[in-house]
Every structure is written in C-alpha cells, then in structure tokens.
Design a protein around this ligand. Structure first.
Ligand SMILES: [Zn+2]
Ligand SMILES: [Zn+2]
Length: 257
C-alpha cells in the first residue's frame, strides 16, 4: 500500500516523482541561508570559479529531466508489455531492500566506468562531461546539470539498467530512483551540516564528491552516487581531510599532489 495508489500508476510515479523530489530537495538547500560556517567553499570562490549562471543551470537540468522522463516512460511501457504476468506482484520488504542494494551496486558500477572514461577521453570530456565541471563549486540545484547526452548515458541508462537487472517492480523503482536523486543532490549541496545522515552512512558524500569537482582532484573520486569501492579498488581514490578555514567555513583538502 502506497499513498499514490488509486490516484496515479507506479509508472507515472517512477517517471515524475524523481523530478518533483529533485526540485523539492534542491529547492530546500537553495532556500537555506548561506550558513558559511558549514560551507566547503566561500562565496567569493563560488563567484570566481563557477563558469555558469544559476539560470543556465536550471534550464540545463530541466532539459535533462525532459529526456529522462521520456526514456522512463518508454522503459516502463516496454517492460509492462513484455511482462506476461500482468500487474507485477510486490515482493516482500526484505527482497525489495536486497533489490535496492543490488541496484545501488549496478548503478555505481555503470557510472564509475562511464564517468572515468569521460575524463580520459579528451573528446568526450571537452564536448560532454566538462559541462558538469563548469560548477567547480557545486551547489544542490546543479547536481544534475549535465550535457543532455551525459544525462542520458550516465543517469538514465544507469537507472534503466539497475531497474532491469535487479527485476524490481516499478513501485520499488519509485523509491530507488527518488533515493538516487536525493543522494546525488546531497553530494553536490556544498554544505557539511551536522547530523546529515548521508555523511554518517556514506564515505562517498558531499566532501568526497567536492574533491572530484576541484581541479586537483578531477582525476580522482569518480565513484558515484553511492559507494567509494571502485575508486578504492582501482587506485583513483583521493584521501582528503576536512579542515576549518582561517576565514571561517570548512574545506575538503586533497592529501595527494
Ligand atoms: Zn567528472
Ligand atoms: Zn558532480
């Protein structure tokens, strides 16, 4: 039993809930006061280093979400038609938790290798992935600011594969896709707020991904959005320390040259 039952289908929720959740969660961060003592970068740094305006970022995210929604609708339609069982039966909660965990591993694996390749292939970096790195100082609304092709390849295909390989139902996918979106936003929020549960449970978090957005760390910390296992296994892990700036606020400082 879910709150949308009888109002909208799981397919529609799976397509549109992640978009609504994106703007709610990123909007929440956007509306917070600056809270400079918890910020990983100063306001001056944000103004000097970022190469794109907020309105361009918002337009870019909306374009990516349009592509994503279209692919999600097609995906749900095709899988529903291919299913001989009609309406899928929702498995038990432990099975669903296992499916979500497996989906996290599938998504991480796909994103690590594609993301890493986009940094190593100069053509792909220059024409596609560099768009995401225009935000040297990330903020929540920019979490999904990507070239539309990257959005399709990295996020949409990654999500589709996690869904198909684990065999989760569209209803479970609603929760998984929303969780992945929230985690991605949190990794870009630029704030190290006390009590943030993602910072407690995930080594791959806001500070970890902030290192990747810095010039010095751009060949490290490719893993996203959940774990850091691929970076650690394949030698692309950048250790860092979280230090207090003299002028206030925090800084994620890489520990290798
Ligand atoms: Zn990157
Ligand atoms: Zn990023």
């Amino acid at each position: 039993m879910v709150f949308w039952e009888g109002y909208v289908s799981d397919d529609v929720m799976g397509t549109f809930a992640p978009i609504v959740v994106y703007w709610l969660y990123a909007g929440f961060y956007q509306l917070l006061p600056r809270l400079d003592r918890y910020r990983l970068h100063t306001e001056k740094e944000e103004e000097q280093k970022n190469l794109v305006t907020l309105s361009t970022v918002v337009k870019g995210v909306l374009l990516q979400q349009l592509v994503q929604a279209t692919v999600a609708q097609v995906l749900f339609l095709v899988t529903a038609q291919a299913s001989l069982l009609g309406v899928p039966v929702q498995p038990s909660i432990p099975v669903q938790i296992l499916q979500v965990f497996m989906a996290m591993l599938v998504m991480d694996t796909w994103q690590y290798f594609v993301h890493r390749y986009m940094h190593h292939n100069k053509f792909l970096y220059r024409h596609i992935h560099s768009q995401h790195h225009r935000l040297v100082v990330p903020y929540a609304v920019g979490a999904l600011y990507n070239h539309p092709l990257e959005g399709l390849l990295l996020d949409t295909f990654g999500g589709a594969m996690s869904f198909l390989i684990t065999g989760m139902t569209p209803r479970t996918a609603v929760f998984f896709f929303c969780f992945a979106v929230i985690k991605t936003i949190d990794d870009h929020c630029g704030l190290w707020l006390p009590g943030n549960i993602f910072h407690m449970f995930f080594q791959n978090n806001t500070a970890y991904h902030d290192i990747h957005h810095q010039l010095q760390g751009s060949k490290y910390n490719y893993s996203q959005p959940f774990f850091s296992v691929w970076d650690r296994m394949l030698g692309t892990y950048m250790p860092y320390s979280l230090v207090t700036r003299r002028q206030g606020g925090l800084e994620a400082r890489p520990l290798k040259d």
